[in-house]
Design a protein around this ligand. Sequence first.
Ligand SMILES: Nc1ncnc2c1ncn2[C@@H]1O[C@H](COP(=O)(O)OP(=O)(O)OP(=O)(O)O)[C@@H](O)[C@H]1O
Length: 238
Amino acid sequence: MLRLEDVVKRYPAPDGGELTVLEVPRWELGRSERVALVGPSGSGKSTLLHLLCGIVRPSSGSVQLLGERLDRMKESSLDRLRASQVGYVHQSFQLLPGFTALENVLAAAAFGSPLSKRRQRERAAELLADAGLADRLDHLPRQLSQGQQQRVAIARALVNEPSLLLADEPTASLDPETADRVMELLAGSAAASGAALLLCTHDMDLAARMERIVTMKEISARGSAAPMPPERPRAAIG
Ligand SMILES: Nc1ncnc2c1ncn2[C@@H]1O[C@H](COP(=O)(O)OP(=O)(O)OP(=O)(O)O)[C@@H](O)[C@H]1O
């Protein structure tokens, strides 16, 4: 479902040169696989997630999602593919502050869902209910707890039945109990819908709940050029 070949990502450096952040000879993620991605801070995890859904383009090499070359696609086609096939859960939720929980989920459906408006509304309400938020549909993000906001973000990521779920440290700002519920929802939903899940985390307990753990070292010949802190044994890589 996802394949990277000879991918290099460079960013402009402040001194006018370039910083090579990623060098990936070859890496694949299969359909329905649930994988944890771990690596020190600055090793390129977020950059990799952004490359995998076309938010960022590689400096060279090929990125294939569902047989489509993202690196060659024009912006509007990329937007459409991402809206319909990819659910992205951000560490900081990124909900629309003036929209209710239901409206936040519907906003994603409006762009990427083939369903009728009525079915979109039903599905959005069902997902929020599955996330334990049936009585919070009309609440604004600021009227929700952190864990509730993250559950809205997960419902939003799932509303278009994506083939690929990308989650960038989705539990980083949550207490352990809430993190546990959020993980259950994310991994359980991916398993139920057959979506592939790639989850970036510093928490090795959460990572261990995925089918497979991959490290940035295994994926990329090069992490950040910046010096990295030594890896710690548990619960906090980076
Ligand atoms: N837009 C950008 N311009 C220049 N350099 C960037 C840009 N985005 C990221 N970088 C650099 O790329 C490297 C990887 O960053 P990235 O955010 O992918 O790491 P990460 O592994 O997700 O880190 P963390 O675990 O701290 O979130 C860093 O050294 C960073 O300075």
